[in-house]
Write a protein that binds this ligand. Structure first.
Ligand code: 9D3
Length: 237
C-alpha cells in the first residue's frame, strides 16, 4: 500500500481526478491511499494567509514558510534520517520527472506532494522540510497541482494489482525507453486508408518484428535522445 498526502490551496481540483480511472481503481482496490490537505488549515491568522511579498521586491507573491512547514511536519515529521515519508515539492526548478523517477516513487511507502503556487516557495521550506524538487517539464503552469496529478497517475499504474494486465505496466515500448509506433483498430479500410497488411496476417512473429521496427523508427525521427539512452541501458544489461 502506497500512501500519498497532497498539500495544496486548491484541494477541490483533485476530487474527480482521484475518483476516476486508474487512480480511482487503485484507491478502491486498497493499493493506494490519497488524501488532500488544504494548506489554509495550517494557518493561524484570521485571514488564513498563505503568501506574502518577496523580500528584495519584484512582482507577485511568495508562499510563506510557517503554514507549509507546519503541514509537511504534521504529515511527514521533521526532515532527517528517521523520516519514513519522501517529501516532494512540485516546482519549475525541480529535476524533470521521468519514468525512472516514477518507478522509484512507486517503491516508497509514503509520499507527501507539496504543490507550489504564486511565484514560488520561501527557500527555507525547501531547506528545512523538502527532500526533492520535481518539475514535469519545461513549460509554465500556474502551480504544482496538475504536476502532482501527473505524479499520482504515473505512480498508481505501477502499483501491484492496479492494472488489469500486469504486462501492460512494464512492457510498453516507452517503458523499454522507446516511443510506440502507429496503432490501428477496425475498420480495416477507413476513408480509403488501409491498415498495414502485416497486422492482419495473423503472423505474430512478423507483427512483433514490424512493431519493434516502427517503434525504433518513430523514436529515431522524433526522440533520438531516447534511442541513445535505450542503447546505453541495453549495454548495461
Ligand atoms: C512565469 C513565472 N515564472 C517566472 C517568474 C516562474 C514560475 C513560478 C511558478 C513559473 C511557474 C510557476 C508555477 N509552476 C509550478 O508550480 C510548477 C511547474 C511548472 O510550471 N511547469 C512544470 N512543472 C511544474 S511543477 C510545478
Amino acid at each position: 500500500m502506497l500512501r500519498i498526502d497532497v498539500v495544496t490551496i486548491f484541494p477541490e481540483l483533485f476530487g474527480a481526478f482521484l475518483r476516476t480511472s486508474i487512480v480511482g481503481i487503485g484507491r478502491e482496490s486498497g493499493a493506494l491511499e490519497v488524501s488532500t490537505h488544504d494548506l489554509r488549515g495550517f494557518t493561524t491568522d484570521r485571514h488564513r494567509t498563505v503568501d506574502d511579498a518577496p523580500y528584495g521586491g519584484g512582482p507577485g507573491m511568495v508562499m510563506k514558510p510557517e503554514p507549509l512547514v507546519e503541514a509537511i511536519e504534521a504529515l511527514a515529521g521533521p526532515k532527517g534520517a528517521q523520516r519514513t515519508a519522501r517529501v516532494l515539492l512540485l516546482s519549475p526548478q525541480g529535476e524533470t520527472l521521468d519514468q525512472a523517477r516514477v518507478v522509484q516513487m512507486a517503491g516508497q511507502q509514503h509520499l507527501v506532494l507539496v504543490c507550489g503556487r504564486y511565484e514560488g516557495v520561501d527557500q527555507r521550506v525547501i531547506d528545512l522540510a523538502v527532500d526533492e524538487e520535481i518539475s514535469i517539464g519545461d513549460y509554465v503552469l500556474s502551480g504544482g497541482e496538475v504536476p502532482a496529478m501527473a505524479v499520482i497517475e504515473a505512480v498508481a499504474r505501477l502499483l501491484p494489482g492496479v492494472l488489469g494486465n500486469p504486462e501492460s505496466a512494464g512492457s510498453d515500448s516507452f517503458e523499454q525507453g522507446l516511443l510506440e509506433g502507429p496503432q490501428y483498430t477496425r475498420p480495416a479500410v477507413f476513408r480509403g486508408r488501409a491498415v498495414p497488411e502485416v497486422l492482419l496476417s495473423g503472423n505474430h512473429a512478423a507483427v512483433a518484428r514490424w512493431r519493434a521496427e516502427q517503434a525504433r523508427e518513430t523514436t529515431r525521427r522524433r526522440r533520438p535522445d531516447l534511442l541513445r539512452r535505450a542503447g546505453r541501458e541495453g549495454d548495461e544489461r
